[in-house]
Design a binder for this molecule. Structure first.
Ligand code: NAP
Ligand code: ZN
Length: 384
């Protein structure tokens, strides 16, 4: 499923990109006003992120301009900056960041839900065509013409969109989320990707009280999955390769922790799970986790390693198990998730860093040394 999504996504990306290139004259003839924003960008797959300035459009009548206060660092940022996804080639310079929390500085004349001074959030999507079957169903994340927050064709200014490692962003109102006032802002930023990506499949597959749920990989996504599964009342078991994360897993809400490289420990749980969420960012043996499922159990992949995973047919045939994928979540569901977090006081466990430490943070993330999300304090960009 995930591979299919990637292919559809790639097709959409290529055709959209081609259309954009073909109509460059049209965009420049719009001569839309723009301003310069500070940002951090990678110039190539091998470059570190470094300070730069980027163009942002002046807010149009349906737009919200946001001063960015915090931006989370997702492993997808690292995959894209290093051009690790063959299906979604990175266009440079690349300004990553899709876990954005900020304060509204300006709104267009048609904007009704936000005013200057309000808190606002932006996740992985900043636009979609609004009239395809998926958009009509309120599932913008599957729109063949969706615009990702970065590395998607920018229909306003040409080139590609630039993400949240920046001091401001301008986004169409429909794609701007409200932030519950009780949440810590640095910890709320990762909800915009790590939060919705784990919340959505759990809601879809009916995680609730009485269900046994496994979470594979205790990183940014994984630790949010533990918090949500626990809040939804499930019995939660974490599968980790890092023995030093055991205590944390229990503190985050897990009922049990298994070191996934220990085959004896793994075999004790065979055939007993209703649902498993696989949030691993690298190649791994998924069959070891499929075997954990009971009858009609489902394993959903949210982790996005580039290389195909090999799946044993028999591990799926037995117990009528299913394997699926899930891509972030819709705008309405992202708002539902934020409101759920407000009600249950859920935020990510973050290590707040200045933007100047972003390259160090990437190195640590590539070694699974994150507890459990880096959140960039964007005030640090002002002094740059
Ligand atoms: P992360 O914070 O780096 O966490 C990944 C975790 O995977 C690590 O902490 C580690 O957990 C485990 N891991 C890493 N390398 C491993 C290996 N070689 N073998 C086994 N386990 C390994 O990453 P993240 O931000 O949570 O993102 C996870 C994945 O989800 C990435 O591929 C990202 O691109 C993808 N993603 C997908 C979506 C979507 O919409 N589907 C959205 C966002 C992100 P332990 O130490 O516990 O083993
Ligand atoms: Zn992400």
């Amino acid at each position: 499923m995930l591979v299919l999504h990637m292919i559809l996504w790639l097709n959409a990306f290529i055709s959209y990109h081609t259309e954009t290139v073909m109509s460059t004259t049209q965009f420049s003839s719009e001569s839309r006003g723009q301003y310069k924003a500070k940002a951090y960008a990678a110039a190539s797959a091998k470059s570190s992120l470094a300070p730069t300035t980027i163009p942002r459009r002046d807010p149009g009548e349906h737009d919200v301009q946001i001063e960015i206060l915090f931006c989370g660092i997702c492993h997808s940022d690292l995959h894209q900056v290093r051009n690790e996804w063959s299906g979604i080639p990175t266009v440079y310079p690349c300004v990553p960041g899709h876990e954005i929390i900020g304060r509204v500085t300006k709104v267009g004349s048609e904007v009704t839900r936000f005013k200057p001074g309000d808190l606002a959030a932006v996740g992985c999507l900043v636009d979609s065509d609004g009239n395809c079957q998926e958009c009509q169903a309120g599932l913008e994340q599957f729109c063949p013409h969706m615009t990702l927050t970065y590395n998607s064709p920018d229909v306003h200014l040409g080139g590609v969109t630039y993400g949240g490692y920046s001091d401001s962003i301008v986004v169409k109102e429909h794609f701007v989320l409200r932030v519950p006032s009780n949440l810590n802002l640095a910890g709320a930023a990762p909800l915009l990707c790590a939060g919705i990506t784990t919340y959505s499949p759990m809601r879809h597959w009916g995680v609730t009280k009485g269900k046994k749920v496994g979470v594979v990989g205790l990183g940014g996504l994984g630790h949010m999955a533990v918090k949500f599964a626990h809040a939804l009342g499930a019995h939660v078991v974490v599968f980790t390769t890092s023995a030093n994360k055991k205590e944390d897993a229990l503190r985050l809400g897990a009922d049990d922790v298994v070191i996934s490289r220990n085959t004896d420990e793994m075999s004790k749980h065979k055939g007993s799970f209703d649902f498993v969420l696989d949030a691993v960012s690298a190649e791994h043996d998924i069959n070891a986790f499929i075997q954990l499922l009971g009858r009609d159990g489902n394993i959903t992949l949210v982790g996005a390693p580039d290389k195909p995973l090999s799946v044993s047919a028999f591990s799926l045939l037995l117990n009528r198990r299913s394997l699926s994928g899930s891509l972030i979540g819709s705008i309405a569901e992202t708002q539902e998730m934020l409101d759920f977090c407000g009600k249950h006081n859920i935020t990510a466990d973050v290590e707040v860093i200045p933007i100047q430490k972003v390259n160090e943070a990437y190195e640590r993330m590539s070694r699974a040394d994150v507890k459990y999300r880096f959140s960039i304090d964007m005030a640090s960009l002002k002094s740059q």
